[in-house]
Design a protein around this ligand. Structure first.
Ligand code: AHZ
Length: 299
């Protein structure tokens, strides 16, 4: 906005003297008149509350039956959402993210460094998104991981066929028996994350559900929140045990995850580092792949 710059004040030895605070100039022209005459239109608090609540509950209603649920909005979940929503605008895609802030581990490159190293052909995905990068031959570098993640996130959120429910945890999987007696995953059981965190000290906090024929779980490697769906598959005895993520090997990890992305049990595709827990694949550390989505297309 229009201000009196300290530089317009008298200077002594290059230093402004007098009142150096920035002040709004009186009478500066705006599109609609003058700042001194400007004030925001009045609004009642209930209008704000209704504007939010009406949309949220309408989304809950719309997405209670989804075509695809993506669990986890890390780099794999978001790139999967982008690729699927673009290729299939007819599909309703719900993303469930336990954290308030989507993005998973992709806000920094590694060890809290800013730059993000990505293996080719991630350059093609970056070009499509419009994220600039330095080409280092066999890999590319984005100057700040947050530039990649925020750009991808903004594009994902702009798709009319995607709804992100953040601060929402997947607490369980919906299961059905198919004709042969095997288990098929038919949806997810959800709750607000802050509610899910209080199951031990509060009662009557039953969850809600979303039905979908395809669940794509990308909840990351095991940790406080990670590997959610595959750990549940073990506890419900649908798969016997997990391979357990192995130590870091950048030369094998990326191929294993990107090419290994697949339907683990009917109705449940697993991608990203969650898959390393199933297959006993190596961790990749700070060389980010962004092609969980490609694997999912192959499923
Ligand atoms: O909050 C989690 C994160 O944003 C979310 N999540 C986990 N459990 C969930 C649940 N319901 C809803 N039950 C849940 N959301 O899933 C997201 C996982 O993101 P991520 O960045 O951890 O996983 P990714 O596979 O997309 O990317 C992994 C990147 C790597 S590689 C690596 C290493 O090799 O050490 N470490 C990381 C973080």
């Amino acid at each position: 906005f229009n201000v009196v710059e300290p530089t317009s004040l008298p200077h002594k030895g290059g230093v402004p003297v007098g009142d150096t605070k920035l002040r709004v100039k009186e009478g500066v022209e705006t599109a609609d008149g003058k700042w001194k005459d400007f004030s925001f239109q009045s609004i009642r608090e209930s209008q704000v509350a209704r504007a939010m609540a009406r949309r949220y509950f309408s989304d809950l209603d719309t997405y209670a039956e989804s075509d695809i649920v993506i669990v986890g909005a890390g780099s794999c979940g978001l790139s999967t959402a982008y690729t699927l929503a673009k290729a299939r605008p007819d599909l309703k895609i719900a993303i469930i993210e336990a954290s308030v802030s989507p993005g998973g581990g992709a806000w920094l490159g590694g060890q809290l460094f800013s730059a993000m190293v990505m293996r080719k052909p991630a350059d093609k995905f970056l070009s499509e998104l419009g994220v600039p990068f330095e080409d280092e031959g066999s890999y590319v570098v984005v100057k700040h991981a947050a530039l990649f993640t925020s750009t991808l996130l903004s594009k994902v959120l702009a798709f009319p066929n995607i709804k992100l429910f953040n601060a929402t945890s997947v607490e369980d999987l919906i299961t059905r028996r198919d004709e042969s007696g095997g288990i098929r995953i038919a949806g997810v059981v959800t709750n607000w994350t802050l509610v899910a965190m209080h199951h031990d000290d509060q009662s009557c906090m039953d969850p809600s559900t979303i039905n979908a024929p395809v669940i794509i779980s990308t909840t990351g490697h095991d940790g406080p929140f990670g590997a959610f769906s595959v750990k549940r598959l073990v506890s419900m005895q649908v798969i016997e045990k997990l391979g357990g993520m192995r130590g870091l090997d950048m030369n094998t990890a990326e191929d294993a995850i990107v090419k290994g992305t697949r339907e683990i049990v009917p109705g449940l595709i697993v991608g990203g580092m969650e898959l390393s827990e199933v297959d006993g694949a190596n961790r990749m550390g700070p060389t980010f792949w962004r092609y969980g989505a490609l694997g999912c297309q192959g499923c």
